[in-house]
Design a protein around this ligand. Structure first.
Ligand code: NAD
Length: 347
């Protein structure tokens, strides 16, 4: 490589630490700085925080101002939260420093879905500072939006799209169990949905907008529903126990309408140990149009691995993009970074 893209990894949790390890393996990328608020990480060498057997010469800091220097950093990859509004103070700092951003916050895959004002501010800040910012991840960002769009590339017309991602939540920690309502009673589940403590999947409005806009389906209304997946059997993980009659997960559906007509239906039932009730996991996309297309990926694309991958694989894409807020439908097709030609695909 003639020159490497210099990367700052912000957030070293489950996703961020995996991204940092992946970026270290890429010839065209170099990790030059790392930010995390965790006191037990601060002032340590990144190699130690990532549990590698070598020092990397990068000290983790909780003072981003000390490392946000556009002469030293080309792209920040940020993996701290799901919400645009919560990430805004950090995103403002990065963009004002004149540095490109890849975020995996679910809402950042199309920030205008929740807040047109914040989307406009991000776009303006990026343009004023000559950089670009994108939100990505396995979903939203890939399986139930970009992949759907790509599958229609040869279609003459589209009547309706239905896509589902059936996955297993068993590997995840307590936060995911709580936000999906795993281990609650059906009554607790319903009150949790009502008071907003059980959210299900974050990303349906974003994914539906991405598909609608890329294809011109004219979605003007989005409805979401969250139903408890009530278990018939005993299910258990290190973090939660579900007895028969209790909730093993959340069946979350998002539907996009054009007028009265349903044009996009996205389905994401997330539960622990689906195999205990003979539910196999997978990603399924059905395009009803000309031609009709049915795609099944079984088991589902591994969520954590693919999120780390797509975030890292988008680094060169955001580095070379024109200034502004970008979405996955706005950049050249992303792919694995396996060699020299993958790093510059400027269009
Ligand atoms: P995590 O809780 O394991 O890690 C988050 C890390 O960020 C922690 O180390 C924490 O100390 C740090 N942090 C939080 N706020 C910070 C701040 N303002 N400044 C510095 N450090 C901060 O979470 P995770 O599993 O790595 O996931 C991160 C986020 O990405 C979650 O919100 C998750 O929902 C989202 N995510 C999105 C997708 C997608 O498909 N788009 C996929 C996976 C995860």
């Amino acid at each position: 490589m003639h020159h490497q893209i210099r990367v700052l990894q912000w957030g070293l949790g489950a996703m961020g630490s995996g991204m940092a390890k992946l970026a270290l393996q890429k010839e065209g990328l170099r990790i030059v700085a790392a930010v995390d608020a965790r006191p037990d990480y601060v002032s340590k060498d990144l190699g130690e925080v990532l549990k590698l057997d070598r020092q990397l010469g990068v000290t983790v800091t909780d003072q981003p101002e000390t490392v946000l220097d556009k002469n030293k950093v080309d792209v920040v990859v940020i993996a701290t939260t799901s919400w645009t509004e919560k990430q805004m103070p950090d995103l403002r700092k990065i963009l004002k420093a004149g540095i490109n951003v890849v975020s995996i916050a679910e809402e950042m895959s199309d920030p205008a879905a929740q807040s047109p004002e914040l989307a406009k501010e991000l776009d303006q800040l990026a343009k004023e500072n000559g950089v670009s910012i994108i939100g990505t991840g396995v979903n939203p960002g890939f399986v139930l939006d970009l992949l759907v769009v790509l599958l229609t590339a040869g279609c003459h017309s589209i009547e309706r799209i239905e896509a589902s991602r059936v996955n297993d939540l068993s590997p995840y920690g307590p936060t995911v169990m709580e936000t999906q309502g795993v281990g609650t009673t059906p009554e607790q589940f319903r009150s949790g949905v009502a008071d907003g403590s059980i959210v299900g999947h974050v990303g349906f409005p974003e994914s539906i907008r991405l598909i609608s806009e890329a294809l011109g389906l004219g979605v003007d209304r989005i409805e979401e529903s969250r139903e408890p997946i009530v278990s018939k059997v005993h299910r258990e993980t290190p973090h939660v126990v579900v007895e028969p009659g209790m909730v093993a997960g959340c069946a979350h559906i998002g539907v996009g309408y054009h007028g009265d007509k349903e044009v996009i239906r996205l389905i994401h039932p997330q539960q622990i140990h689906p195999q205990l009730e003979d539910q196999s996991t997978g990603d399924y996309i059905h395009i009803y149009g000309v031609p009709e297309i049915h795609m099944a990926i079984t088991p589902e694309i591994a969520g954590g691995i693919a999120t780390m991958g797509i975030a890292v694989n988008c680094i060169p894409r955001v580095f070379e993009a024109t200034p502004g807020l970008k979405r996955m439908i706005d950049i050249p097709v992303p792919g694995a970074l396996m060699g020299h030609s993958a790093y510059s695909r400027r269009v």
